[in-house]
Design a protein around this ligand. Structure first.
Ligand code: PEP
Ligand code: MN
Length: 339
């Protein structure tokens, strides 16, 4: 961390500030005294220092981080890929490629079972489905809630597929006890109380990037969960808001290699919410695979035109068969390339 002090700061003020930084944060302080200004270089573990409170000191002109503010999620301190192992033995991360697929919302037993069976047959390894839905309109379908979770359990029992479903509030954590992967949606990415509580669990958390969150903000949120003691975080790029209007969002494909560079956590891509257009799922899925993603999350509905949410972007099971077939073929081709 580099701190530039204001002109006219006295040697006594500098000494007092240096002592405070050393004792409060246990960092080494290097001082460069120029003609015009004084610059302090903080060496050591600066990730816990609140940059805003440093900037608020009356003698401080400006302050800049040279190290990332996250440590547990940082590849610098954990060079190997994190591989998350679920109680059922499934592993996520480290080059093992998964497709999580299923409807946006769980709607009824026949729907979730039919979709689960079809996506499993096509090679999906996790069943997704929302029971609690964050909707833009309060008048839209909000999910089946506890009954939706129950139907997901039934589908898991029937197909053996582990389930991924979204949580919206911390008081529901007990209800999600036997959910295999808990999803934190884009809109809740900065629900700090929820994140802190999820940090106290050992559940794998699929953390979706907020609609207008930077990569650093996403990693800081992963850090929140990890700081609580839960290292099982999966990052998910699902498209961000840009000036482009021809798609629902813009898939930030560059986020995949950047996240992999900066963090050891698994990264998956959701091309369904990114584009909002079924025919774009395949090219975006291919791009995600080529960019190094550890998996995909794809919305599939047995009857998209009657879906209670996100029907317009959902693939039919037949369309999913094609996409999965092509993606797995591309995965195999790429793995030969890597050999
Ligand atoms: C979803 O997965 O259905 C969903 C609501 O996703 P997101 O939070 O990315 O919008
Ligand atoms: Mn959806």
């Amino acid at each position: 961390m580099i701190i530039v002090l204001k002109n006219g700061t006295t040697p006594e003020q500098i000494k007092a500030f240096e002592d405070k930084l050393q004792s409060q944060h246990r960092v080494k302080v290097n001082i460069w005294q120029g003609v015009e200004s004084t610059v302090l270089g903080l060496i050591g573990d600066t990730h816990q220092i609140d940059i805003e409170s440093i900037g608020a000191q009356p003698i401080v002109e400006s302050v800049k981080r040279v190290q990332e503010p996250y440590k547990k999620a940082n590849r610098k301190f954990h060079p190997d890929d994190t591989v998350i192992t679920l109680p059922g033995g499934q592993q996520i991360g480290g080059g093992i490629f998964h497709i999580m697929a299923g409807p946006c919302s769980v709607e009824c037993e026949s729907q979730i079972i039919e979709v689960a069976e079809r996506v499993k047959a096509a090679g999906a390894t996790f069943l997704r489905g929302g029971a609690f839905k964050p909707r833009t309109s309060p008048y839209s379908f909000q999910g089946l809630h506890a009954q939706g979770l129950e139907l997901l359990r039934k589908a898991r029992e029937k197909t053996g597929m582990p389930i991924v479903t979204e949580i919206m509030r911390e008081s529901h954590i007990d209800m999600f006890e036997d959910v295999d992967i808990i999803q934190v949606g884009a809109r809740n990415m900065q629900n700090f109380e929820l994140l802190k509580e999820l940090g106290k669990t050992k559940k794998p958390i699929l953390l979706k990037r907020g609609l207008s969150s930077t990569i650093e903000e996403l990693l800081m949120i992963a850090e929140y969960i990890m700081a609580g003691g839960n290292d099982n975080v999966i990052l998910c790029e699902r498209g961000i808001r840009t000036f482009e209007t021809s798609m629902r969002n813009t898939l930030d494909i560059s986020a995949v290699p950047m996240l992999k560079k900066k963090s050891h956590l698994p990264v998956i891509v959701d091309p369904s919410h990114a584009a909002g257009i079924p025919w774009m799922v395949e090219p975006l899925a291919m791009a995600a695979l080529a960019a190094g993603a550890d998996g995909l999350m794809i919305e599939v509905h047995n009857d998209p035109s009657h879906a209670l949410s996100d029907g317009a972007q959902s693939l039919t099971p037949d369309q999913f068969d094609h996409v999965a077939h092509h993606v797995f073929a591309a995965r195999d081709a790429l793995s030969h390339l890597a050999d």
